[in-house]
Write a protein that binds this ligand. Structure first.
Ligand code: MN
Length: 334
């Protein structure tokens, strides 16, 4: 974190002079993106800034318990583009590749805003923004936001603590992934002083599957492919299946959680057919091989433990086979 101090100081000056700030996360904001955006929004609100948090789609109902649910807006070009052009600072959280802003990217083009990026994904260059707060060793982007607020002596209220906790707990898989360590637990304890409702949050995020989603879990578990002595598990979710089961809000995380619970599993790959024929790929490992490296070969990215990509409709089946082949070789080489 010491290496980030110059960035934090730079950012403090820029935000100090700013009147209007817009904050956004990546498309399909996950817990970390939501937590980071929420914490930064609340911090700047306390600091007296005119601040707007924008997501590219409605907040996942799993996070509806957050106060943030009442303060963010869903991006609409006609409603927000003038603001994106005229705001003093634009802060993006949990992404360091501009295309992950999705539709927001168009509204930002040519903006006069100073751009700021908070992220912990591996980034090949110095970052996409004017001020880049990047640390691939950070547990979550929300933790980087928390470190910034602490650095500038900002108030940590309940909303900020809960938001940072959402980032911390979801990016560690509720303190089960290998990135869980003494620092993570110490921070959780620090945040806990702000009356965090752990069981309530756990229930909302992890125990709110719909009945069709539970039936889908059964289907996927039954049709999963095991290779390399069970070390590689992969499965496909067809659009047809989602429709026949009546799954309205599909999420890959609950499925990935089940598949990777197998005792011999090292790598899980889930291929989900999208409405337009493209295939969304989610990859998980226990630390080896590096899922980010595999995802990058297929136009995606992520972390060592979790990464993903989207395969184009035309070559989806061929690329799916190629990807399983790469994973097979990587797992065999372990
Ligand atoms: Mn993250």
């Amino acid at each position: 974190m010491d290496a980030l101090r110059p960035r934090f100081d730079e950012l403090r000056v820029v935000l100090g002079q700013a009147e209007t700030v817009v904050i956004a996360g990546h498309e399909k904001a996950d817990g970390d993106a939501v937590g980071a955006v929420a914490a930064m929004r609340r911090h700047l609100e306390i600091e007296g800034k005119r601040v707007k948090a924008i997501l590219t789609e409605p907040l996942n109902p799993r996070y509806a318990f957050m106060e943030f649910g009442r303060s963010y807006e869903v991006y609409e070009p006609r409603r927000h583009d003038a603001l994106l052009q005229s705001c003093d600072v634009f802060v993006m959280c949990d992404l360091s590749s501009m295309p992950r802003l999705g539709p927001l990217l168009g509204g930002l083009e040519g903006t006069s805003a100073t751009t700021v990026c908070f992220d912990h994904h591996p980034c090949e260059n110095d970052g996409p923004a004017a001020i880049n707060v990047l640390d691939p060793r950070a547990t979550a982007t929300g933790v980087l936001v928390y470190d910034y607020i602490q650095h500038v002596g900002g108030t940590i209220d309940r909303e900020i603590a809960e938001s940072v906790f959402v980032s911390l707990s979801t990016d560690t898989g509720w303190f089960r992934y290998p990135n869980t360590n003494d620092k993570v637990m110490a921070l959780a304890a620090e945040l806990a002083r702000h009356r965090i409702d752990f069981p309530g949050i756990y229930r909302s995020i992890y125990q709110s599957n719909s009945a069709p989603m539970l039936r889908l879990l059964g289907h996927v578990a039954r049709s999963m492919n095991e290779e390399c002595g069970g070390a590689l598990v992969w499965a496909q979710v067809r659009l047809e299946l989602l429709r026949s089961l009546g799954v309205e809000r599909y999420e890959s995380d609950p499925i990935l959680d089940v598949l990777r619970s197998g005792e011999d599993v090292q790598v899980v790959a889930l291929f989900t057919e999208l409405d337009d024929g493209r295939v969304s790929v989610s990859l998980r490992s226990r630390g080896k091989p590096d899922m980010n490296v595999v995802a990058r070969r297929f136009g995606g990215g992520g972390h060592v433990y979790a990464a993903g990509t989207t395969l184009p409709a035309d070559d989806a089946e061929e690329l799916r086979r190629a990807m399983v082949g790469v994973l097979r070789r990587e797992v065999e080489a372990l």
